[in-house]
Design a protein around this ligand. Structure first.
Ligand code: PRP
Ligand code: MG
Length: 214
């Protein structure tokens, strides 16, 4: 019997982590989960889970260090356009949006032309604005983006919106939805045939789980 195992990456901590573990569990894959470990094996399925930072996952997939991942589509749009996208998994739904201070009299995208925008999604914003024939002065930050307009760092922001509560708390309003996103199965372009066969078994189980959920 083959000792080959599929390596799948999931988010180490954050919004996708819990639901990613849940779909694996619902698919009948039980993982020995020492929370502190960055790598864990499944007991009853040829699978290893690696807990990684969201933003690092596209590179691991590209290099073939992991064979697959559960990741937000928004991350693939931002830095994993070359990564194969499999099934949408129905959780971690969010938008990637532009927001401005509530007090701003926003009439349309042109009001942001040449303005300072704080974001963790520079490629997504640039692409979106380019399509509209606009440009912006991007200020790239990795977290707590919504604070930027309040401290005079930017005129607007582009970030993930889920419940909208972070925007609300920071006196911002969502003015343009650039992208709608949810968790997807991402597949390495370098996956071997042997591991692909394991992945197909997992995909089959995921499909049954998703069917049962709707
Ligand atoms: C994420 C995201 C938004 C917020 C959106 O931040 O960057 O700020 O969640 O969710 P909401 O619309 O439900 O409020 P997170 O809390 O993960 O922290 P970070 O920005 O510091 O990474
Ligand atoms: Mg945030």
């Amino acid at each position: 019997m083959s000792t080959e195992k599929l390596r799948i990456a999931i988010q180490k901590s954050g919004r996708l982590n819990e639901d990613s573990l849940k779909i694996l569990k619902d698919a009948g894959v039980s993982i020995d989960n020492g929370k502190e470990q960055l790598k864990a094996s499944a007991r009853n399925f040829p699978l290893e889970v690696m807990y990684l930072r969201n933003g690092d996952i596209p590179q691991y997939l590209r290099d073939g260090v992991v064979d697959a991942a559960i990741i937000g589509e928004n991350v693939l749009v931002e830095k994993g356009k070359d990564i194969i996208r499999g099934e949408k998994l129905g959780f971690s739904k969010c938008r990637v949006s532009l927001a401005v201070p509530k007090s701003m009299k926003y009439k349309g995208l042109k009001d942001l032309d040449g303005k300072k925008i704080a974001t963790s999604y520079p490629n997504t914003v640039n692409q979106f604005l380019k399509e509209k024939g606009l440009t912006a002065d991007l200020h790239i930050i990795n977290g707590s983006v919504e604070i930027a307009p309040n401290i005079g760092l930017a005129d607007g922001i582009c970030d993930i919106v889920s419940s909208g509560s972070t925007l609300f708390k920071n006196n911002l309003k969502e003015v343009e939805v650039m992208l709608k996103s949810e968790a997807v199965l991402a597949i390495s372009p370098k996956i071997s045939e042997e591991r692909k066969a394991i992945l197909e078994k997992l995909q089959f189980r995921f499909k049954s789980v998703l069917n049962a959920r709707t």
